[in-house]
Design a protein around this ligand. Sequence first.
Ligand SMILES: O=C(O)CCC(=O)C(=O)O
Length: 272
Amino acid sequence: MDARETYEFDRQGYLVIRTMLTPQETAALAAATDELEAHALARLSLPPRKKSLWGPEYHANRERGYHAWGSNEEGKTLMIEDFFNASTAFDLLVHHPRTMAYIRAIVQGRIRINNSEIRIRYPGNATGAHMGGPIDHKYRYGVNGRGIDCMMVRMVYFLHDVSAEQGAFCVIPGTHKSAFTDPAWGEGGAPEEEPGMIPLEVKAGDAILFTENLRHGGFTNRSRQTRKTLHVGYGPGWMMSQNIATMDEPQFITPETLARFNAEQRALFVLG
Ligand SMILES: O=C(O)CCC(=O)C(=O)O
């Protein structure tokens, strides 16, 4: 992360990182995502179930080690959490060198992955705006004598081009530093209608890094293209899972997954 990127991340709360993934990596991740989408859709209502602290009830897939919730109907989202257990194709994102260089520049001390979700957003779907302003310590943005000191941050990887019309990820720049809560908090309106909200248009292989403190969401997908993204969350070593199915529990990573990782990859899942 160079001096310009550090300045922009601090000022705006996010960075759009072009060509984070090679075309080969993007194609491999897209194929694995399509396969897992079909697997999850066929099993969404089956046992065993996992009730989230935040409300939804997930299908807990024992065979592939993921949690899935949602629907592929018009306007809906399918969430597949803990996807690292489900296919070796995703391993390239664990201790991904370019990603880690960014994460080390904004999270201090011991770093751990606390979130892994595939978001599949069908036509008509929007992600309501959330966060921004003064919020809980887990999601706080800060700066100290050693530089940027974030709690939870996320890297979102894009598997195909996404325009504003196609449901772009969106942000209100600078709201990670707001002293006031957005008056639209909790109102449930379309994110694109919130004052100051901007869409971040991307190409396949690009990534977006943001602090969870920033107000963000997803524009309404007004196209016929289903939007598919991979989200990986990072934070200090003490932070528990921030996946919705396993919120504040230990990260759900199976012994089989850990066994195939190298030491640097495994360290990203060990509490400390
Ligand atoms: O990609 C989106 O539509 C929103 C994603 C989001 O809210 C998140 O990653 O925290």
